[in-house]
Design a protein. Sequence first.
Length: 220
Amino acid sequence: MSSTGRYALRLVPREGPAATSFRAHKLDDHALVAAARSGDPSVAALFCERLWPQVERAIRRLVGAHDVDRDDLAQLAMMELVNTIEHYRADCSLDSWAQTITAHVVYKHLRRRRLEHRLFCNLLADDDLTGSPVREERRSASREALARVAQHLDGMDERRAWAYVLHDLLGYDLREVSQITGASAAATQSRLVRGRREVHERIENDPELAQALTDPEVWQ
């Protein structure tokens, strides 16, 4: 641990001694958290390896598999997990906690970028769709529809837009959205309700988008 009280370690786990050690120790989450809190440097790498899949999963849900900032976000998330382990109270699983902390890191990062086209394109990205002209046409149509949704969200109050995106599009529950955005549960609920209402109104007033979103061929 450094003089500032933070761990000095490589935060990207990889196959090798650390992975072998983790499997050999077979620490349960309670023991792993306790050891990490004690400042044992030999456990820090094991802690990061244990949570790495959850970090990757949360980042993929939010920005997709090919975002240019993905590696930096993963590093930031691991640093935040290590540095905030004292705040974990086991009122949820370690996996849920790691995903929520990671989502909060990504959320803060994305707030510094505009809510843009690629956020929604990445949600749809699937290499298996490439190939036939019909699939390419459907993919183009669905991307165009998502881009129009992104444009509408970009014109909304940012806090309401994020509540809608995190809850309705990405599947985080209300408590998680509250933690991710740093807002109270009441404020989060209000933003979600108002954001959802505005999204629906904007779609209703955009006939081409409304038709595209209800066309099953676009999403096959």
